[in-house]
Design a protein around this ligand. Structure first.
Ligand SMILES: Cc1cc2nc3c(=O)[nH]c(=O)nc-3n(C[C@H](O)[C@H](O)[C@H](O)COP(=O)(O)O)c2cc1C
Length: 158
């Protein structure tokens, strides 16, 4: 290869994305979640989305057993939530206002949009587990998106 893994990561980091917190409940009913930017809107008919979770994530067992998950798309006001849900800590939901959605998955207060999904497929590729979800609820809130670009946060001007 003519490039290193760092080169690859840096090149991929030039694709600007939004930021979301992927949430689900564990078998004991406790809320769990992690910050992701691997969200993709995959299909309109049926309404499908995709997200990828690193095999190294401590949250993986929750998403392996949950029958549904929620994609909480963050606003530019929620950068601290993005940091909190990417930090290794067990008190992410203690510091966060949330309610259970129709599917039971945690909905974060103030999210820019929320898509609740039923898990339709899980498979591994490389060092990630890929989840495909069929949207069962979709709602939008207010605000501007939190952006992620070249390992840093940004927002839309104007
Ligand atoms: C902007 C941003 C995007 C991220 N995207 C992903 C992602 O798509 N998939 C993933 O597994 N981790 C992603 N992470 C990292 C996880 O949020 C983080 O590693 C994880 O929450 C660490 O704790 P855990 O082991 O409890 O999951 C992202 C982090 C940030 C800040």
């Amino acid at each position: 290869l003519s490039f290193s893994s760092t080169d690859f990561r840096i090149a991929c980091g030039h694709f600007a994305t939004g930021v979301a917190v992927l949430t689900a409940v564990s078998a004991d009913g406790a809320p769990h979640g992690l910050t992701i930017n691997s969200f993709v809107s995959l299909s309109l008919e049926p309404a499908l989305v995709m997200a990828a979770i690193a095999h190294s994530s401590a949250q993986l067992p929750v998403f392996d057993t949950a029958s549904s998950f929620a994609v909480n798309i963050l606003t530019e006001q929620q950068q601290q939530l993005s940091a909190l849900f990417a930090r290794v800590t067990d008190n992410r939901f203690r510091e966060t206002a949330w309610t259970p959605g129709k599917s039971g998955s945690p909905i974060l207060a103030g999210a820019l949009a929320v898509i609740e999904c039923r898990v339709v497929r899980r498979f591994d590729e490389g060092d990630h587990r890929i989840l495909i979800g069929e949207a069962v609820e979709a709602q939008v809130g207010e605000g501007k998106p939190l952006l992620y670009f070249r390992s840093g946060y940004g927002s839309i001007a104007g």
